[in-house]
Design a binder for this molecule. Structure first.
Ligand code: SF4
Length: 402
């Protein structure tokens, strides 16, 4: 019964074209009203989650919104922001005989410097390192318990990944030979930083509204984003991931802009509550401490990462293997030459503005980190195109015919 209801709802959200047309017309109407009222003709809305960027690009939502409205992606891909330093440290572990467990996209992520000839865990494996791809920590746990060799699981992710890591410790699931290299990042500090940066360039339209992440908010609750509406004066909508979810969220942002409001609103009510998942939050707080952390291409952001608390050192790969923490003094943006990923993750550049996009850098042979993961903006644009890209290709075809 419940399943039936949800599948019906999903179907409507996905395929209700008539409803989509109505929402799009309303967005256009409000956009015109806002322009007439304020004289502002360009608006920028930032989505913060790789899956939102995927929906926007895959379903071509940019082609539906008014031409003066830009939809830009923020730092919503946890793999894209893992500093090269930690990839290098993981490669070292693999080449020193430790079994390393990594997600598929972390496995392909390229470091800035090679470690004994390897730039990635994938290359470390071809040089003899024992690197195993897993989809979750449970698979690593089972596998490591089976062979008993010294092992490390690379725990990348945002707030959504942290509960599983915490529970694996609290429920004593981890075998003694498996240690965790926890590299979890917290999203609100990165959003606040993106908003600051968007105000630095007076020629650019600043960000006028935010589509906040749905999955992360399931854990943190909508309350995590109230500083965006209260301190930055921007409408925030926590959105689901179907195309209609995103369109309705844009409509809500436009409605608030026209009414001069700045509120945090939940559109993704079927999953997100105001206070979030308290059980998950408790587990996270128990096991992890909040630290200043480095984001690749961005820098050190205060209180933006999680590491295991001292009492859980038994499980900590940093402690067990002397993995070195990156220090603010040695921070460098660590992007490959020519890569504009640092700007892409802050919504300051589109992937198509990078000279390497789909030339030297492709999903098959990624140069920068945004081209690796399916949540990376460059990888999404490469796979599913963009209005900008389509227009350019159309013009090129027209010119070559002419
Ligand atoms: S296309 Fe590749 S090189 Fe360019 S910004 Fe994206 S990831 Fe970096």
């Amino acid at each position: 019964m419940t399943l039936g209801f949800y599948s019906e709802l999903e179907k409507q959200l996905r395929f209700n074209r008539e409803l989509a047309k109505i929402v799009v017309e309303k967005i256009k109407g409000l956009f015109t009203e806002y322009t007439v009222k304020t004289g502002i003709e360009r608006l920028k809305i930032m989505d913060f989650c790789g899956t939102h960027e995927w929906s926007i690009t895959y379903y071509g939502l940019r082609s539906l919104v008014p031409s003066g409205m830009e939809l830009v992606a923020g730092p919503g891909c946890p793999v894209c922001v893992v500093p090269s330093h930690y990839i290098e440290e993981s490669i070292k572990l693999a080449l020193d005989g430790v079994v390393v467990y990594a997600y598929g996209d972390v496995y392909k992520l390229r470091a800035r410097r090679s470690v004994r000839g390897a730039y990635s865990l994938s290359e470390a494996r071809s040089l003899g390192g024992d690197v195993r791809i897993v989809q979750d920590i449970l698979s690593a746990t089972r596998d490591a318990a089976g062979h008993g060799k010294p092992s490390v699981f690379i725990g990348v992710g945002f707030e959504t990944a942290a509960p599983a890591y915490a529970w694996s410790i609290l429920r004593k699931h981890l075998p003694v030979n498996l240690k965790l290299l926890i590299l979890v990042k917290l999203t609100p500090p990165a959003m606040f930083y993106s908003l600051e940066v968007s105000r630095e360039k007076p020629t650019e339209p600043p960000i006028n509204g935010v589509i906040a992440p749905g999955h992360v908010s399931t854990i943190t609750g909508a309350k995590a984003w109230t500083p965006v509406s209260e301190n930055y004066g921007l409408p925030v909508v926590i959105s689901g991931f179907e195309p209609l979810d995103v369109l309705v969220s844009i409509l809500e942002i436009m409605k608030q802009l026209v009414e001069g409001k700045a509120e945090t609103v939940i559109e993704y009510k079927r999953s997100v509550s105001w206070h979030g998942d308290l059980r998950a939050q408790n587990a996270i707080n128990k096991v992890f401490e909040v630290v200043d952390d480095a984001w690749r291409g961005i820098g050190f952001l205060p209180k933006s990462g999680l590491r295991l608390r001292e009492e859980y050192r038994l499980y900590d790969a940093f402690y067990e293997y002397g993995v070195r923490e990156l220090k603010p003094v040695e921070w460098e943006k660590d992007m490959p030459p020519g890569c504009r990923c640092a700007e892409v993750v802050l919504g300051k550049a589109y992937p198509t503005q990078c000279p390497l996009f789909m030339k030297a850098c492709t999903p098959q042979k990624p140069v920068g980190p945004c081209m690796v993961s399916i949540e990376g903006t460059c990888a999404i644009w490469a796979r599913f195109g963009s209005r900008d890209l389509l227009l350019r290709i159309t013009n090129e075809v027209k010119t070559s015919k002419g």
